[in-house]
Design a protein around this ligand. Structure first.
Ligand code: C5P
Length: 235
């Protein structure tokens, strides 16, 4: 069976736990996500540990943001790990995004993060970004795609507008996904996996609803099955 379009966020306290979660979920999901904390604590070896023998795709969420030359060097440095997806901040500007895309291996998609969902409209105004946050998201999405980004990270609340802005060929990745009835934890704006996909998301980032479950493999399998049922019932 094709693994579901889910990236399990391996926000684990240590490498052993991350590797265990990865091995439990990889039969059911396409991708696992390694974030800054795990990568900075254990270094590049973390990738081989979580990949194991499964060949699961790696989403390396380092959110790079620096001058173009430095970001290009960083992308080359992690390029040898062959992540399927590597993140940069869209606010680094078009030259930085272009440099990242140029430096990435052929099979690595550069995904631009538009506006951090932790930023409120008031925060953005203090940073000099005027107008509704949704406008900034759409502007940054168009800018990133214009600079060559093949993927974008946005909240499920924004995904329909971003899809309308950038067209069908760009991979849209959404965190803040919660199966119906599960705890929202600290995610303020959530959507169910089915709704996020219906709105145009291609890859759902899901962490604690899977990794916080007593049986992460079964939790991943359950969400994957629900997505498959929705896909089958769509006309
Ligand atoms: O456990 P949970 O499903 O909330 O995990 C979501 C993952 O997505 C975490 O790794 C979190 O850092 C990441 N993320 C997010 N919201 C964003 C960007 C990334 O929750 N806007």
């Amino acid at each position: 069976m094709t693994p579901a379009p889910i990236a399990v966020a391996l926000d684990a306290p240590n490498l052993e736990t991350a590797a265990r979660w990865a091995s439990l979920v990889t039969p059911h999901v396409s991708t696992v996500k390694v974030g800054l904390e795990l990568y900075l604590r254990y270094g590049p070896d973390v990738i081989a540990s979580v990949r194991g023998a499964s060949g699961v795709q790696i989403f390396l969420d380092l959110k790079l943001h620096d001058i173009p030359n430095t970001v290009a060097g960083a992308v080359r440095a992690v390029g040898r790990l062959k992540p399927a997806i590597l993140t940069v901040h869209a606010t680094g500007g078009p030259a930085m995004i272009e440099a990242a895309v140029q430096a990435a291996p052929e099979r690595t998609q550069i995904a631009a993060v538009t506006v951090l969902t932790s930023l409120s409209a008031a925060d953005l105004a203090r940073l000099g970004v005027q107008g509704p946050p949704d406008d900034a998201v759409r502007r940054l999405a168009a800018l990133a795609v214009g600079a060559g980004a093949q993927a974008l990270v946005c909240s499920p609340r924004e995904v329909a507008a971003v899809r309308a802005e950038v067209g069908p060929r760009i991979t849209l990745i959404t965190p803040g996904v919660r199966p119906a009835g599960s705890d929202t934890q600290d995610q303020a704006r959530v959507a169910t996996p089915e709704a996020a996909i219906a709105d145009g998301a291609d890859l759902l980032v899901i962490g604690r609803p899977i990794t916080g479950s007593p049986d992460p493999g079964a939790a991943a399998a359950g969400i994957a099955a629900a997505l498959r049922r929705t896909a089958l019932s769509r006309p």
